[in-house]
Design a binder for this molecule. Structure first.
Ligand SMILES: [Zn+2]
Length: 518
């Protein structure tokens, strides 16, 4: 019953996506968009820029049918921010404090982390600077620094007002899991701050705002964090010797997260920790594999005729795959979920990014809405367009995450599909290669003829900034395959096929690196 509802709903999502793709201005996997697709500048000039009623600065502007654009560099120079053009001018990065915004050409949106911020019109390159709409400035400097902007058409004048100080309560949580301590600082709204580090001391220093510290608490009992001290001006975290931290932010509510880990050289290469630290100057290879057991918690996934939920089998398979990868390939293998818990699709790839994984493998079991017939394994890579109807159905089914979580048919979801594709597009060739090896090994193991690699818009792969594949290890909707999948020996065979494929992929990368070094 649940599955039928999911299929029906998800189908309409796929149709909406197809409709959107037909009208999309430019697909992310293609060459940089044609500048002729940008709104035409009907007027340009040089106006002025005033901050907090100070002396006016000169500011180039432009006008399109969609509204006013102003030069970003003078604004960033005055308010604090750094502008960088990506390779081939395909993307611009704006860094404000420790926030990084990505502007894709001809795309009326900015990307920060995995968040998409739609704006009124695309930014345009002009004379080495970037002309941006005023609402993009609000997105960039409003969210990070609380600046408000106003534009006067008559005077061609941009006014910026910086906010007075706010008092922000902060809550702190510290947990230790899998060799990593995670400190989460939660704020009602985004404070203005910067992160400072010296040795094992990390400080989050407020700029303009003040913190309301939580009630006094006892010293943290944590193996990696020595002390945590919060004053109105700053949060000070001292780590144990030999430890280091990485910080990142999460939205809604705004959180600053610090992952604390023991440095590999100090820890003597303890599995589960060293890959977090070994992040700089990496030779090609496979050190960390993030394995994602599909579904979990209230999301059962597909349910077999005998009542086996997909989420249970994906967890069993993922656990043994992780164990075998550690044993056989000596790599760090991390599961996105260790237990039967809910986990969002976006959080899964976010976790892989956080671990700087070299590979992301999402494990699923297929179900055929058409019933009967379908059997065997299928390997998928991300594409905005499904390779066939079955691939489209599979993606629609896996993208479905239940009522009230995210609506796969919504416009916001479709926009995210288009933009997240950017993150995965540079790894598509490697994803394709890994998927081909996996499919080959599975076909051989299961005695099936070559099925080839399929493509579909799987949301779980979209944020992944590394080669990423989704494997449907069999049809749980088939009575026979469900019975087989319940057998540990059969599952072990599937796991060995995956291990062989990943070993071949790893060896290929390392051989390539060796050749390049010669
Ligand atoms: Zn699934």
């Amino acid at each position: 019953m649940v599955v039928f509802a999911a299929v029906r709903r998800a189908r309409s999502g796929a149709l909406l996506l197809a409709a959107l793709l037909a009208t999309a201005p430019g697909r992310a996997q293609e060459a940089p968009p044609d500048p002729e697709n940008l709104p035409v500048l009907v007027a340009t000039g040089v106006g002025s820029f005033v901050v907090d009623a100070g002396a006016p600065l000169s500011l180039p502007w432009g006008e399109t049918a969609a509204g006013t654009l102003v030069a970003l560099s003078p604004v960033a120079a005055r308010l604090g921010g750094h502008l960088e053009v990506g390779p081939l001018g395909q993307r611009w990065t704006v860094t404000i404090g420790d926030s990084e915004f990505l502007l894709a050409p001809a795309s009326a949106a900015a990307i920060v982390g995995t968040e998409i911020l739609p704006v009124s019109q695309p930014a345009q390159e002009r004379e080495g600077d970037l002309l941006v709409p005023i609402d993009l400035l609000e997105r960039l400097f409003g969210a990070t620094l609380g600046v408000r902007f106003a534009w006067s058409d008559a005077e061609h004048r941009l006014t910026a007002v910086r906010p007075t100080s706010r008092e922000l309560p902060v809550e702190a949580d510290l947990v230790h899991l899998q060799g990593v301590s995670t400190l989460v600082l939660r704020f009602p709204e985004r404070p203005r701050y910067r992160v400072r580090q010296e040795g094992t001391v990390y400080e989050i220093v407020l700029a303009g705002d003040r913190l309301v510290p939580p009630p006094a608490r006892s010293r943290p009992r944590d193996p990696l964090v020595r002390s945590l001290d919060i004053t109105p001006e700053r949060v000070r975290i001292e780590l144990e010797p030999g430890c280091a931290a990485e910080s990142y932010t999460l939205a809604a509510p705004f959180r600053i997260v610090l992952d604390v880990f023991r440095r590999a050289d100090a820890a003597g290469g303890e599995v589960g920790v060293d890959a977090l630290a070994a992040r700089s100057a990496r030779a090609p290879g496979v050190r960390t594999v993030v394995i994602d057991p599909g579904h979990g918690g209230s999301e059962t996934g597909a349910i077999g005729p005998a009542g086996t939920p997909e989420k249970e089998l994906t967890l069993l398979i993922s656990r043994s795959l992780a164990a075998r990868l550690r044993e056989e390939l000596r790599v760090q293998a991390v599961l996105t979920r260790e237990e039967d818990v809910d986990l969002g699709l976006d959080e899964r790839s976010a976790l892989a990014n956080q671990y700087r994984a070299d590979l992301f493998v999402s494990i699923h079991l297929n179900s055929s809405a058409r019933g009967g017939g379908a059997r065997g394994a299928e390997t998928y890579i991300l594409s905005l367009q499904a390779s066939d109807q079955r691939a489209a159905d599979a993606a629609a089914l896996e993208n479905y995450v239940g009522e009230g979580v995210a609506d796969p048919g919504s416009e916001q979801f479709d926009l995210q599909l288009l933009l997240w594709d950017l993150a995965q597009s540079q790894h598509l060739a490697a994803s394709q290669q890994l998927a081909a090896l996996i499919q080959e090994e599975l076909d051989r193991q299961l005695g099936l003829r070559d099925r080839g690699v399929k493509q579909a818009p799987f949301r779980v792969l979209m944020g992944a900034a590394m080669p990423a594949v989704l494997v449907e290890l069999g049809f749980i909707s088939s009575r026979d395959e469900e019975a087989q999948l319940r057998e540990p020996a059969y599952r072990a065979e599937l796991v060995e096929a995956l291990v062989r494929a990943i070993a071949r992929f790893k060896a290929g990368l390392e051989a390539g690196a060796g050749e390049a070094a010669r």
